[in-house]
Design a protein around this ligand. Structure first.
Ligand SMILES: Cc1cc2nc3c(=O)[nH]c(=O)nc-3n(C[C@H](O)[C@H](O)[C@H](O)COP(=O)(O)O)c2cc1C
Length: 306
């Protein structure tokens, strides 16, 4: 059996997750890793200016140039694992650039499993990836999500420390940033069931089995919180893009205003917005539980987050 793993990872977190996912497959499958490499690397750690300047192209899914990946066409793979991370509630620019490149043709007619490594907001990014996979004619059979399980505010503070200072380790009262080591290691449990489903040709039942193993953890109030961002980000992205491309001085004022509003929304309005999200969650519980079931699955219906 031949498996292709396509991924991008700045800090190595997602690569670590993927290494664990394929750990128990190695004895039975040939596994090729292919890293997506943007022509112009994104900085890590980020400065505030470069970080927020990545918002418009992430949200509007404007691809950047990536290095050629001709080796992807050399083998007839039985399975493709696509590992990506959300940036600004959308697939990261490198992940999206790959999906829109000629190299993504390697996914056509292939069973594809998505693996997400994120803070905790991945729904809109996954809807966009599902749409791209459908356009590519891929057979999306599974999804595994690894997130930071700490509370929303804690994970925001630790990811800021990590992305802007490069410090993942705990400090003061704050824990380690990102997905826990244990959760990453535990993804090994998915390897054998994935292989079994591929071998038996029962891929339509895979996601249900992955869910039984705990592959996707989704709190209903995060749907409410993410919908708010999804309704606002494209307006800012379009406004910034109308002034210029990445790094253009003309768009800096728009980006700056967006960053201030986002920071205010996260830190000042956060207690109020979490409370209203909780109320909305309680009032619309039935509808939200249906939505949870949809987002845990791999089918795609346009407009689910609008
Ligand atoms: C520019 C940027 C935007 C991000 N936006 C989100 C987001 O919208 N939702 C989320 O859950 N995580 C977000 N993250 C966290 C990433 O999804 C990811 O977990 C983290 O960057 C580590 O990934 P790595 O394997 O590439 O190092 C963002 C990270 C960056 C750098």
């Amino acid at each position: 059996m031949k498996i292709l793993v396509v991924y991008f990872s700045q800090s190595g977190q997602l690569k670590n997750i993927l290494d664990n996912v394929v750990q128990d497959m190695k004895s039975e499958a040939e596994i090729d890793f292919a890293e997506i490499r943007p022509d112009q690397a994104f900085p890590f750690p980020w400065s505030s200016a470069t970080f927020f300047d990545a918002m418009p192209e992430s949200v509007l899914q404007v691809p950047a140039k990536i290095q050629p990946m001709p080796a992807l066409g050399n083998k007839d793979y039985d399975l493709v694992i696509f590992g990506y991370q959300p940036w600004f509630l959308s697939p990261s620019i490198p992940a999206n650039s790959f999906l829109q490149s000629e190299w993504a043709e390697a996914l056509r007619n292939k069973p594809v499993i998505t693996v997400i490594g994120c803070r905790n907001m991945w729904l809109n990014a996954q809807e966009k990836v599902k749409e791209q996979l459908q356009r590519l004619g891929a057979n999306h059979i599974g999804n595994i999500v690894l997130e930071d399980k700490h509370g929303n505010l804690t994970s925001t503070l630790t990811i800021i420390r990590w992305l802007f200072k490069g410090q993942k380790e705990a400090s003061g009262r704050l824990p380690d940033a990102g997905v826990s080591e244990r959760d990453m290691r535990d993804t090994q449990r998915y390897g054998k069931p994935i292989l079994r489903h591929i071998k038996e040709g029962r891929t339509e039942a895979l996601q249900q089995d992955l869910l039984h193993l705990g592959a996707v953890h989704l709190r209903p109030n995060l749907i409410v919180l993410e919908k708010r961002g999804v309704s606002q980000f494209p307006k800012w992205a379009t406004k910034a893009r109308s002034k210029g491309g990445p790094g253009a001085p003309e768009r800096k004022p728009v980006i700056k205003l967006f960053s201030r509003i986002l920071i205010t929304a996260i830190f000042v309005l956060s207690p109020i917005s979490s409370l209203t999200a909780k109320i909305k969650t309680a009032l619309k519980k039935k509808q939200l539980l249906k939505e949870v079931a949809y987002f845990k699955g791999v089918t795609y219906q346009a407009g689910k987050l609008s």
